[in-house]
Structures are given as C-alpha cells and as structure tokens.
Design a protein around this ligand. Structure first.
Ligand SMILES: Cc1cc2nc3c(=O)[nH]c(=O)nc-3n(C[C@H](O)[C@H](O)[C@H](O)COP(=O)(O)OP(=O)(O)OC[C@H]3O[C@@H](n4cnc5c(N)ncnc54)[C@H](O)[C@@H]3O)c2cc1C
Ligand code: FES
Ligand code: FES
Length: 466
C-alpha cells in the first residue's frame, strides 16, 4: 500500500509500487493533463511536482513522472497540472499566453509545472534559475525565445515574494490554489516508512532502471532506496566528507558543505542531465549503473573516494570507488550488497579540483568524454594527482600511469605534454554514436589541457593557446 497526497486528495493505493507515477496519474486517476512524450525522461512533457516536508517546510521539486516509481512518492505531495489549475489562469499560465509561449500545447503543461515548481521555491531565485528550471523541458514548435520572455515575466512577478511564508504569498497572488496551505499538516498524518524494504531490485531515482527495463519494473519486488533515511545526508567529520548513497544530484548541488569545498560545484553538476532528472537521480544509481561515462563516477574517482557496502546481515565492506569497475558493467559487488555511503578526504588548500565534460548538447545529454582531476601542488611540484576519464574505455577509468608519471614532477608545460603520450596509451576508446576513436582521443587530450588552463591560468594560458 502506498499513501500520498495527489493534488488535493489523499491517495492510498494497492497499485504496484513499481508502476510509474505517470501511468498512475493518467490511467488510474484519469488526470490526463500530464502528457506522455518520450517515456525516457528526455522531453519533460510528463513533469509533475513532488513536495516533501523538511524541517517543517514543504520543498517542491519537479520530476519526470514517466520514470518515477509510485513507491518513491510514499508520504509526499504530488502535484499535476490539475492541482495547479484554478478558475482563472495563474500568473505562470498567463505569462505563457501573453508571450505566445505555446503552439500545439503538448509541452506546455510540463513548462507550466516546472515554472510553478520554481515559484514554490523557499529560496531567492534569479532569472538564470528560472531559465535553468526548464532545462528538462523540450518544445518542438514554439521557439524558445517566447518561452524565455514568459520566464522573464514570471521572474518579475516573483520579485516581491515573501520568503518567510512563500505559500501564503503565492496563494494570495493566485499562483497556487488555497489547499496548498493545508498540505504540511496533512502530510504529517500520512504513514510512510523510512526503513529499507527487502525487495530484489534496488531503485534510487529510477532514472536508469526505468529507461532500460521499463516493462519489467511494474511487477518487480523493489527496495526504494530514496525513501530510506539511512542513505540520505551529507556531512563533514574532521577531514572526511560522507555522502549518503541515495543523495540526489540536486542535493549535492545545494549542499553548503560541498559548495564550500568545490566553488565550481554548481557549474560542474549542471552539466548532468536536467533539473527533473537531477532532482531524483542518485549517487549510488550513477555508480552501479556502471556507465563508462557516468558523470558522478568520474567526478568522485578523481577524489580517490571510498564506497561502503552493507549486506542484508548488516556487514560492511569498503573499497575504492575506482576498484568497483572490473570490466564492462562488471562490478566488485555481491548480489546482496548495497552501497550505503561514499567518503573522501577533504582536499587541503594546496589541492585543486576540476571536472570537464563534452557532450553533443549542453543539457540533457550524456558525455562523449568526461574527466576530473584533483592535484596537490607545493612549490610548483605535483605532490599528488588523481585523474579520471570516462568515454575512453569500457569502464570509467582511473588513469594510474599518467598519475604516476606526473607525481613529483614540476608543473610545467613540458611535463603536461609528455603525460599526454602516456595517457593515450592507457585509454581504449571505441568509435560509436558519440564519436570516432580518434575524436575521443583528441577530446581527452584537449580536456586534459583544459584542467590545467582552468586551474593554473597564470602558468599555462600563453603556452597552451600558442
Ligand atoms: C534523460 C536522462 C539524462 C541523463 N543524463 C545523465 C548525465 O548527463 N550524466 C550521467 O552521468 N547520467 C545521466 N543519466 C543517467 C542517470 O540519471 C544517472 O546515472 C543517475 O545518477 C542514476 O541514478 P538513479 O538513482 O536514478 O538510478 P536507478 O535507476 O534507481 O538505479 C540504477 C542502478 O543502481 C542500482 N542502485 C541504486 N541505488 C543503489 C544502492 N544504494 N546500492 C546498490 N545499488 C543501487 C539499481 O539497482 C540499478 O541497478 C541520465 C538519465 C536520463 C533518464
Ligand atoms: S514523457 Fe518525456 S520526460 Fe517523461
Ligand atoms: S508548443 Fe508544441 S511542442 Fe511546445
């Protein structure tokens, strides 16, 4: 049984917990405003909001309902377009009309729901945030300029929002219906477990599983990791950072601790998928999916991170993340083990970190090649370096030989160029839809230079550009 609030109604259902939220909303509840487009998380036509109570405040996030299992919304507030509609158009809907932001209308519901989710944010939001909030919504016919103008109107409308009580303000301004004010109290009364269920398949956000095994998932026995308290949270103890395996990409992006450690974190993680996918896709899901181009995998390998498994008997086992990958989709992980958390040593002030990714388009695209580096420099000598790369072999690679070569060398162009030769020998890219072997070799070479340009512009700017 799953219980949650769908718009204004309490739902308690025996429908399979592996069923997608989209199918439940459209087919079981006949709320057909939520559209079916790609069913792969790519188009945003099926966007709904999911609200959770955190520290007494509701936090709403947009998600793609086509790849979200019903079990993941247990104890939450799900908002479809029907739950936003009132007798008059909301300021978001009016902005889309006034700026001619819709033609066939198929995508419009998704845009309106995504924009409305931003309106519900408890934080100050900029115009850039409003634009970023629709990075997972695709429109085939209107042209984005009119939608961007609608975004600007929405942003201007929100300038006086009362951040102490955003819901009250949004109700008064007719952005959302009145029932939103009653949700926090009603959510508290819904029974929902924070313990891990003992299903055969672990599901985090479902953003990999529901794309790859869509038809099998509905009737599978599932452990819903994302609802399990044990796997959530980001904390720093001494010089170690611990991240719960079910932390979402958005939670990493918003973490004050991580933003302090990595000032470019937002820029780096914004290159991953889209807002809707980042709101649900998890750390462990990215690791266990074992894609050779997993962005979080490449990011955390370069921090020399450790992952800790637990099995059903609660026995823990810790390995280096880079050692998880034994061959294409072959993992050093027993069937009854799940990833509990990740840890890395906090980089000291002489250690510099960078992540680079090239994909065919900026958002909603996996990498052709990605790479990350952490490098410790003292008196212009490379004391320590960890370099990772994706898309250049059957697994996400830790470039051991390149790192060994660079250790204890001076940070000068001659050594960086020599390292490229070694790097080219330890990668084995193949030609595929993301590019030819030669192209990927060239990409990694350029991204390797990009690390040094980004981290040490004063040293390398002139030489690399020359
Ligand atoms: C439209 C779209 C765009 C995407 N873009 C990107 C991108 O730019 N970069 C990128 O790297 N990825 C991308 N992805 C892939 C995906 O979103 C990420 O890999 C995400 O981190 C997967 O996490 P999840 O929780 O959704 O995984 P799930 O689908 O829930 O699970 C994936 C695998 O991990 C296992 N698993 C989950 N949690 C645990 C655990 N705690 N312990 C053990 N096993 C576990 C599951 O059993 C399954 O085998 C994209 C996906 C979509 C649909
Ligand atoms: S239907 Fe395209 S993202 Fe869900
Ligand atoms: S209005 Fe037709 S797809 Fe956007």
């Amino acid at each position: 049984m799953v219980s949650f609030i769908l718009n204004d109604k309490l739902i308690s259902t025996d429908s399979p917990q592996g069923m997608t939220l989209l199918d439940f909303v459209r087919h079981e509840k006949n709320l057909v405003g939520t559209k079916i487009g790609c069913r792969e998380g790519d188009c945003g036509a099926c966007t709904v909001l999911i609200g959770e109570l955190n520290d007494g405040k509701m936090e709403y996030n947009s998600v793609t309902s086509c790849i979200t299992p019903l079990g993941n919304v247990s104890g939450k507030h799900v908002v479809s377009i029907e739950g936003l509609n009132m007798t008059e158009l909301t300021p978001v809907q009016q902005a889309m009309v006034d700026e001619a932001g819709t033609q066939c209308g198929f995508c419009t519901v998704g845009f309106v729901v995504s924009f409305s989710g931003l309106c519900l944010s408890n934080k100050v939001i900029s115009y850039e945030d409003v634009i970023s909030g629709i990075d997972g919504n695709i429109c085939r016919c209107t042209g984005y300029k009119s939608i961007e103008r609608a975004a600007e109107r929405i942003y201007n409308n929100l300038k006086n929002k009362d951040l102490n009580n955003p819901v009250k303000w949004l109700v008064e301004q007719k952005f959302i219906p009145e029932y939103f004010a009653s949700i926090p109290e009603r959510i508290k009364n819904i029974e929902s477990s924070n313990e891990l269920m003992q299903g055969k398949i672990m599901v985090g956000g479902g953003t990999d599983l529901y794309v790859q095994k869509h038809d099998e998932m509905e009737d599978s026995e599932i452990s819903f990791v994302s609802n399990t308290k044990e796997f959530k949270g980001i904390r720093i103890d001494g010089n170690v950072c611990t991240i719960g395996s079910a932390s979402t990409v958005s939670e990493l992006m918003e973490s004050i601790e991580l933003k302090t450690l990595f000032p470019n974190l937002r820029k780096h993680l914004k290159l991953i998928s889209s807002t809707q996918i980042r709101n649900i896709g998890t750390l462990a899901g990215n690791f266990v999916n074992a894609s050779p181009i997993g962005d979080l995998t490449v990011f955390f390998i370069a921090l020399n991170s450790l992952i800790t498994f637990k099995n059903k008997a609660n026995v823990e086992r810790t390995i280096l993340l880079k050692d998880l990958y034994q061959g294409y989709k072959k993992l050093d992980k027993n069937e009854d083990e799940y990833i509990s958390y990740l840890q890395f040593t906090i980089p000291d002030s002489s250690t510099h970190f960078n992540f680079e990714k090239v994909s065919k388009r900026t958002h909603l695209d996996i990498a052709s090649v990605n790479t990350a580096v952490s490098i410790k420099i003292e008196a212009n000598i490379i004391c320590e370096i960890n370099l990772s790369a994706g898309g250049v072999g059957p697994i996400p690679l830790y470039l051991k030989n390149t790192c060994e070569f660079l250790k204890r060398k001076e940070l000068v162009m001659k050594n960086i160029t020599a390292a490229i030769e070694i790097m080219q020998k330890e990668i084995a890219p193949i030609s595929d839809a993301r590019g030819t072997e030669e192209y990927k070799r060239l990409l990694l070479r350029q991204l390797f230079f990009a690390h040094f340009l980004e981290l040490f512009p004063a040293t390398f700017n002139q030489e690399i550009l020359a």
